[in-house]
Design a protein around this ligand. Structure first.
Ligand SMILES: [Ca+2]
Length: 314
């Protein structure tokens, strides 16, 4: 029951009442901050990559996929932000709306501020900016991202049957356009996944993308999840569909890759009628990130109701 949150994954802490297994975002609560630092330290020393290492590839062409960056208080003086890091993944769904997961945007210290970056290598950008602006997390965040306003589904956290684990960051469209060239993702029509039926879903091509870490690396110090902070993609295959979730197989021998910690909120695309469609967002999965990505459907009445004020739905 953990989020696909890099910190929580490393710490093996208890998760939110959301998923079936592990939630896949990168960090947010005080209890997880230390382990995020560990994940970041690993990311700085390991070859930069996210998603799982097997069957994965960099995704520079996925210009709409970005990283969620946060600055927050870590010393009890909320007047000053003390920390900055990438924490989750997400996708631009129109000129000013970045879609991510509610477990990425809730339960932060009061002075949290969110930024979105569509850079390919956010980790290197953060490293350079940290060297250039020591002790100034706000300047570091601004060097890699554009600040925005989070809107989390007020129904979050709901029951596992529908956790309402969805949120958006509203961004200044002009600043986004000035900084990056991107084509917003195509959202699904109402009930589009269910309408396809299991036989078609089995033969549908799925792909997951994000900035998350790699699968578990079992070393002498225990499990770690190296990598992260770079936009990656991997093929996944249909496993099961229910009211709120689509489960996607990430088994290496079948040629799949998969999502891990830090990929939360990131896109799960399906190619439907030849069109890459953002059908679900990464939320949770198995602890070591070898088996299943459990993703929140975007074609449901619940998700569509949340998204309606922010983006024109097909
Ligand atoms: Ca502070």
């Amino acid at each position: 029951m953990n989020a696909r949150d890099a910190a929580e994954g490393v710490a093996e802490t208890k998760g939110l009442p959301v998923g079936i297994i592990h939630i896949r975002s990168a960090l947010k609560r005080t209890v997880t901050v230390a382990s995020v630092a560990t994940a970041v330290a690993l990311a700085a020393t390991a070859p930069a990559s996210g998603i799982n290492s097997y069957n994965a590839a960099p995704a520079p062409e996925r210009t709409e996929v970005g990283a969620l960056i946060a600055t927050w208080d870590n010393d009890g003086n909320p007047a000053t932000p003390d920390r900055v890091d990438w924490v989750c993944s997400g996708t631009m769904v129109d000129a000013d709306t970045f879609l991510t997961a509610a477990h990425c945007t809730t339960d932060w210290p009061d002075n949290v501020k969110f930024y979105v970056s569509l850079d390919q290598d956010v980790q290197s950008g953060l490293d350079s900016a940290t060297a250039a602006h020591p002790g100034d997390p706000a300047a570091v965040a601004a060097a890699v991202g554009v600040p925005g306003q989070a809107h989390s589904d007020p129904g979050y956290p709901g029951p596992a049957s529908d956790p309402h684990d969805i949120s958006v960051i509203q961004l200044p469209a002009k600043q986004m356009k000035a900084r990056w060239s991107f084509t917003p993702a195509t959202l699904p029509t109402a009930n589009q996944l269910a309408a396809l039926g299991p036989q078609t879903l089995n033969s549908t091509s799925f792909m997951v993308a994000g900035y998350g870490t790699q699968e578990a690396d079992r070393g002498p110090g225990g499990q770690t999840h190296p990598g992260g902070g770079v936009r990656m993609k991997a093929p996944v295959t249909f496993n099961a569909l229910n009211d709120a979730w689509v489960r996607l197989a990430m088994t290496a021998p079948q040629g799949n890759g998969g999502a891990c910690y830090g990929d939360s909120g990131g896109p799960n695309f399906a190619t439907i009628n030849g069109r890459l469609t953002l059908v679900a967002t990464t939320i949770t999965g198995d602890t070591p990130c070898y088996a299943t990505n459990v993703s929140y459907r975007l074609d449901t009445p619940s998700a569509r109701s949340f998204l309606t004020p922010f983006v024109t739905l097909p």
